[in-house]
Design a binder for this molecule. Structure first.
Ligand code: ARG
Length: 469
């Protein structure tokens, strides 16, 4: 169809007795959403079945009517899943496609389903049901990634690496401790998802177009049938609220941001210059021209996809900011950014969990890097403080020792006792215990510290929390 088409459609629309002229064919396509909202067919039918059940219980439908409607809807699910359903642009969206098909299948009684309901509360309900259904797989992929991190942390609880600030070697840490930092971020992400879920899990149905309905509906029953914990308490808000979708994309943006930062480290670490980790061939690709290349495509792509999720979040914020109450057609634009966020996040988590589970660590390279960077300088300063030197003076002594080491190409642990004593007479033979990498990490032995036994304790705690969930 061309964009300047003026053809009109001869097809009868379900909702348009008011309109005497057929819709311009391109307008029909332009305003339709079935192309992307048909993925909510299950939720749409689930919502309709609950609505019909409720209408029967309050006496608006007879038992025979609701049974016919529900059977018809269940058969439509089968039709759709067998690929026998013909989606039509002329029927605009998932809701009208299914309703039209219901009427075609069961006749006149099908026309009663929409009693006391509007597409406005229907679509708001479908989107919430759909998102609620997708939160479960997202949570389980997030947990799988968390578990992969805990397993790597356990395996590498004693593995020493340089810790960085400003990407300059700072102090020795354990690789296990580093993995647990990422784990902590993902714990917060899981909490945010739980919190978001509470607000997703609220029933709009019953708000009808915007003001409620004149039928004696029982919203508590509908909520119970659909497993909603709450009911949207104001009909205007119910049909126009998309906060829950914005919250979800905000949660997703934060989580993607965490994975993107982590990706940045994996990319740096797998470069020939760092050479700390091996990501596994399954997660990398070669170059079409440079035969030596093994590119960290997965982390790079996650970094790239993060921007697309941010884009979806801003898309929704911007979509909502100028809308007067109540429903506006603008809201149809909520679906693609929301669905894209769900798909992108699910895929990213899935590949990430697998990639972290497969990561291998080049211990010698990390240890050597920690040795090269004067990573135990703070330990020497702390040692001097314990001998009674004020911290600022100790800082100065160590600074001079490091400058000396750089000049003579020696690590602090490689300086002789005499050399060290030339900077402070408080230094004695026991200094070498703190100058080793192992001594340095083991000494940071408190809650949240990098000592291997703290790392193990943190892993035990994390696992006990998961079991308590
Ligand atoms: N396809 C529409 C949407 O996604 C359904 C609601 C339409 N409501 C209306 N009054 N036109 O938002």
């Amino acid at each position: 169809m061309t964009s300047n088409s003026t053809e009109t459609t001869p097809k009868k629309k379900l909702s348009s007795a008011r309109l005497t002229q057929p819709t311009n064919a391109f307008v029909e396509e332009f305003t339709a959403s079935v192309q992307f909202d048909k993925r909510m067919y299950r939720q749409d039918i689930q919502g309709s079945i609950a609505h019909a059940t409720m209408l029967e219980s309050v006496g608006v439908l007879t038992k025979a009517e609701s049974t016919q409607i529900i059977d018809g809807l269940n058969n439509i699910i089968i039709e759709i899943e067998n690929g026998d359903f013909e989606w039509s642009i002329a029927q605009e969206d998932v809701h009208m496609n299914i309703e039209a098909r219901l009427i075609a299948r069961i006749g006149e009684v099908g026309k009663k389903l929409h009693t006391g309901r509007s597409r406005n509360d229907q679509v708001a309900t479908d989107v919430r049901l759909y998102l609620r259904d997708m939160i479960e797989p997202i949570r389980s992929e997030l947990f799988r990634l968390q578990d992969a991190l805990l397993n790597v942390a356990e395996r590498e609880a004693d593995t020493i690496m340089p810790g960085f600030t400003h990407l300059q070697t700072a102090q020795p840490i354990t690789f296990g401790h580093h993995m647990l930092a990422w784990y902590e971020m993902l714990v917060r992400d899981a909490e945010r998802l739980d919190d978001c879920e509470k607000r997703v899990n609220s029933l709009p149905l019953g708000a009808a177009a915007l003001a409620g309905t004149t039928f004696p509906i029982d919203r508590e029953l509908t909520a119970k049938l659909l497993g909603f914990e709450r009911i949207c308490l104001n009909s205007l808000d119910a049909v126009s609220d998309r906060d829950f979708a914005i919250e979800f994309t905000s949660f997703a943006s934060l989580l993607m941001m965490h994975m993107s930062r982590f990706s940045e480290e994996l990319i740096i670490w797998s470069s020939a210059q760092f050479d700390f980790v091996d990501l596994g061939d399954a997660f990398c690709t070669g170059s079409s021209i440079m035969p030596q290349k093994k590119n960290p495509d997965v982390p790079e792509l996650i970094r790239g996809k993060t921007s697309r999720v941010y884009g979806n979040m801003f898309n929704l914020f911007t979509l909502m900011k100028n809308q007067p109450l109540a429903y506006n057609k603008d809201n149809q634009e909520d679906k693609e950014p929301l669905f894209d966020t769900i798909d992108t996040l699910l895929g990213s988590l899935r590949v990430y969990a697998d990639m972290i589970a497969a990561i291998s660590v080049k211990k010698d390279n990390m240890r050597n890097a920690a040795l090269r960077g004067y990573a135990t300088a703070t330990d020497l300063a702390d040692y001097l403080v314990r001998k009674g030197v004020a911290f600022r003076d100790a800082h100065e002594v160590v600074g001079l020792s490091v400058a000396y080491g750089i000049k003579h190409k020696k690590d602090l642990s490689e300086l002789s006792l005499e050399e060290l004593q030339s900077f402070s007479d408080q230094i004695s033979g026991d200094v070498f215990e703190v100058l080793t990498l192992e001594g340095s990490v083991a000494a940071r032995d408190h809650l949240g510290g990098t000592a291997p036994n703290q790392v193990r304790a943190a892993i035990r705690y994390a696992r006990s929390q998961r079991e308590a969930d």
